[in-house]
Design a protein around this ligand. Structure first.
Ligand code: GLN
Length: 257
């Protein structure tokens, strides 16, 4: 048993290792083993997750690594389309996910959520030369680009119904922004910290935010519904990082404030 534990521990760093799954099915971990958890993340969602010089970085990525470090577990990051993330947790293919995931009552039925770690919500976005759309009330007959499986998709469906707009769905945020820039869609709906960052760092984004924020929500780290142990570690880690200043440091690294 001890030899097995040592071997599993030694394998912990290999990509694709399923040590966390093996260990958790064996009950409490043996001394000396470090649990490894697999976390899904969005593929392209700066400043929360994005690829830079062949590495995954961003607020979410640094945060989950810092939590893992302070709580003594290992993390493997799996970037994927946002729509696949929650189904992968419920199917047991991921231990959890950090992907700018808004905490909603609907999602709470199928996954567990950490304490909220970031304030977000939705904004309406148009091409920067579009002065015709100033808010949702101008959406009649217009096309909304949105991302599958997101809070944006839900809001788009609601507004499409209310104001008589059409919707086109995409797998990632850059594709939906492009649709607006190319004038194939009139508007898109995106989390305001994400679109504000995009507009701030990309002078050629050709996008602007219009009207008031559509909704407010908070991001949480998602875990398997019954994984109380992992959830506890995440909440403890988050709390420590907020107290010791590391959380603020991470946010500042990417947003400058
Ligand atoms: N916060 C939004 C949601 O949870 C969008 C997340 C994302 O696109 N990564 O639906």
């Amino acid at each position: 048993m001890l030899v097995m534990a040592l071997i599993l521990g030694a394998c912990g760093k290999q990509a694709g290792s399923s040590s966390a799954a093996n260990e958790s099915s064996q009950g409490s971990p043996s001394a000396g083993t470090v649990k490894k958890y697999t976390f899904g993340t969005d593929a392209t969602y700066p400043p929360f997750e994005f690829e830079k010089d062949g590495k995954y970085v961003g607020i979410d990525i640094d945060l989950i690594h810092a939590i893992a470090e302070i709580e003594g577990f290992e993390v493997e990051i799996k970037p994927m389309d946002f729509k696949a993330i929650i189904p992968a947790i419920t199917a047991g293919q991921l231990d959890g996910a950090i992907a700018g995931i808004s905490i909603t009552d609907e999602r709470k039925k199928v996954v567990g959520f950490s304490d909220p770690y970031y304030e977000a919500g939705l904004s309406l976005i148009v091409r920067d030369d579009n002065d015709a759309i100033k808010g949702p009330e101008d959406l009649k007959g217009k096309v909304i680009a949105t991302k599958k499986g997101t809070a944006s998709a839900k809001k788009s469906e609601e507004l499409a119904k209310q104001y008589g707009a059409k919707i086109t769905y995409f797998d990632d945020s850059p594709a939906m922004y492009q649709e607006v820039v190319n004038k194939n869609a009139d508007v898109t709906i995106e989390d305001y910290p994400v679109i504000s960052y995009k507009i701030a760092v990309d002078p050629n984004s050709h996008l602007k935010i219009v009207g008031d924020r559509l909704t407010g929500d908070s991001y949480g780290i998602a875990v398997g519904k019954k994984d109380e142990e992992l959830l506890q570690k995440i909440n403890d880690g988050l709390k420590k990082l907020k107290e010791n200043g590391k959380y603020d440091e991470i946010v500042k690294t990417y947003t400058g404030g």
